[in-house]
Design a binder for this molecule. Structure first.
Ligand code: ZN
Length: 94
């Protein structure tokens, strides 16, 4: 059984609790997402998306609790989807 990771396996940063947008095709209310802009996974994504799809976009490492599996969420800028980060500890985020 896979442990729920607390940190990103690509950069070691703490994963943020991220609220899944309403209407998304997931059943989960929350995902765990790496929001480190220097994360190698995220940085590589920009180049990859440009080469594969000629799109200025990337993706962030994501853990889906209900599936106990890693995934990714697509983003189109450093700031994209940050508003969905849940700050459960006062001042701990952003
Ligand atoms: Zn990371």
């Amino acid at each position: 059984m896979t442990e729920t990771p607390r940190t990103c396996p690509h950069c070691g940063d703490e994963l943020k609790t991220w609220r899944v947008p309403p209407g998304a095709s997931w059943n989960d209310e929350f995902f765990l997402v790496c929001f480190n802009d220097d994360c190698p996974y995220y940085r590589r994504g920009w180049k990859w998306m440009k080469e594969q799809y000629n799109q200025d976009a990337s993706y962030r490492y994501t853990w889906i609790p209900s599936m106990r599996a890693s995934s990714m969420i697509p983003v189109w800028s450093d700031k994209a989807t940050r508003e969905m980060i849940v700050c459960d500890k006062g001042g701990g985020c952003g």
